[in-house]
Design a protein around this ligand. Structure first.
Ligand SMILES: [Zn+2]
Length: 409
């Protein structure tokens, strides 16, 4: 199947065959190479060629032609941090927070993650799969063409494996690439609140070996935070996962400067995610590492917390990744267009920086930069077409709107 997209007004993130695809850092984050009046040829779901219309050989046969007159064309979003699989929504907690309860207070009373875990335990694998599949289709329609999904609402051997098997089924049937992270260390189950080592032993001795044997996860995640998993506990878990070849991608520094960034760097984490509470010590640790900082402004927005200091991190020379953190408690949205808007209006990122943070840099956090995240020959043709959009700044500008008219995966 050969497809031609022609008359493209602006084709974003055009990389030449010999260009390296590496995370864009600091000043380079605003570089957005593009072509005007361009075409893209797709052959067997890969980008065969692209260029300016004047260089298009019109003698060729195409099975389908898409006229992208007056349209912006860009690589699809890579959403590198989601909790897409869950049993039910948590709008009751949302109302409690409006009335003054904090996220931490709700969690301490058995709400939050424990609430999701209780609901998930009673949900069948088929029902979990069906609801996650629906969400996945909606996310794709909004431009997400690669996604990471975490476990973490199981918190028991049976339920964590159930979640990961659902993610494995999504992987098998999905038109877009999916990576899975084991997040059994998302919270302590009620019965292990006073016996942390007991639950850590279950993760290490009962969950990890099965996950490894059945290849159910690509990464190991830990919620390293005050009231959740300490730095020492995180270290123990990451060491155990390393024995099975599972690299870390962890939740860090959301509620406090917990040492999460430093322990992530120490263990060579691919990414440390959240970072609402970071200062110079965290910046210094990240500058001396290959660990990528992932910012989740949707969670800061929904919880009414202060936003991550994106400008400070970029100006220090770091790369930034943006993701949705879709989950039923702290960010019930997977709309990456909204994330662009929050990043620009609340974190003072430029539209080009936000786009790079959600495509090429995000692809690096899933180790998929060799096949997604930019427009390059041989790459997967996971592409968004934005009709009547002439400039990428319109994406964050038209906040709340999905300007994406067609998604190719
Ligand atoms: Zn998360």
């Amino acid at each position: 199947m050969r497809i031609l997209i022609k008359n493209i007004k602006k084709l974003l993130q055009t990389y030449h065959s010999n260009d390296d695809v590496v995370p864009l850092k600091g000043q380079a984050m605003k570089n957005l190479p593009f072509l005007e009046n361009a075409f893209v040829i797709i052959d067997n779901k890969r980008i065969l060629d692209f260029g300016e219309m004047k260089s298009l050989n019109t003698e060729q046969h195409f099975d389908e032609e898409i006229d992208a007159t007056n349209s912006l064309v860009m690589p699809g979003y890579v959403d590198s941090h989601t909790h897409l699989v869950h049993a039910t929504t948590r709008e009751d907690e949302f109302v409690q927070r409006i009335q003054g309860a904090s996220y931490a207070e709700i969690a301490a009373n058995g709400g939050g993650i424990l609430n999701s875990a209780a609901k998930l335990a009673n949900c069948s694998e088929d029902d979990l799969y069906a609801s996650a599949w629906q969400r996945l289709q909606k996310a794709i329609a909004m431009g997400t063409t690669t996604i990471e999904i975490k476990s973490g609402y199981g918190l028991s051997v049976a339920s964590e494996l159930k979640m990961l098997r659902v993610i494995a089924r999504l992987k098998e049937n999905s038109p877009i690439p999916i990576k899975a992270s084991l997040l059994a260390a998302h919270a302590y189950p009620m019965e292990y609140k006073q016996n942390h080592q007991g639950y850590i032993d279950i993760i290490i001795n009962e969950i990890l070996p099965v996950v490894a044997a059945e290849q159910l996860a690509d990464y190991m995640d830990v919620f390293c935070e005050e009231g959740f998993f300490s730095v020492a506990e995180t270290s123990t878990l990451l060491n155990a996962a390393a024995k099975y070849g599972l690299k870390p991608k962890i939740h860090a520094n959301q509620l406090a400067a917990s040492g999460g960034v430093q322990v992530g760097v120490l263990h060579n984490a691919i990414s440390v995610d959240h970072l609402e509470c970071v200062g110079q010590a965290e910046v210094d640790a990240l500058l001396n590492s290959n660990t990528l900082p992932v910012l989740l402004p949707g969670a800061a927005y929904f919880l009414g917390m202060h936003y991550q200091p994106a400008r400070m991190l970029i100006d220090a020379g770091l790369p930034i990744v943006l993701a949705s953190d879709y989950n039923p408690g702290s960010c019930p949205s997977y709309n990456m267009n909204t994330i662009q808007s929050l990043a620009c209006t609340q974190m003072k990122m430029l539209p080009s920086e936000a786009l790079n943070a959600s495509t090429i840099n995000a692809a690096c956090t899933l180790e998929l930069q060799h096949e997604i995240g930019v427009i390059k020959k041989g790459y997967r043709a996971n592409i968004c077409i934005l009709k009547d959009v002439h400039n990428e700044a319109l994406i964050p500008y038209a906040f709340g709107e999905n300007l994406i008219s067609q998604v190719l995966v």
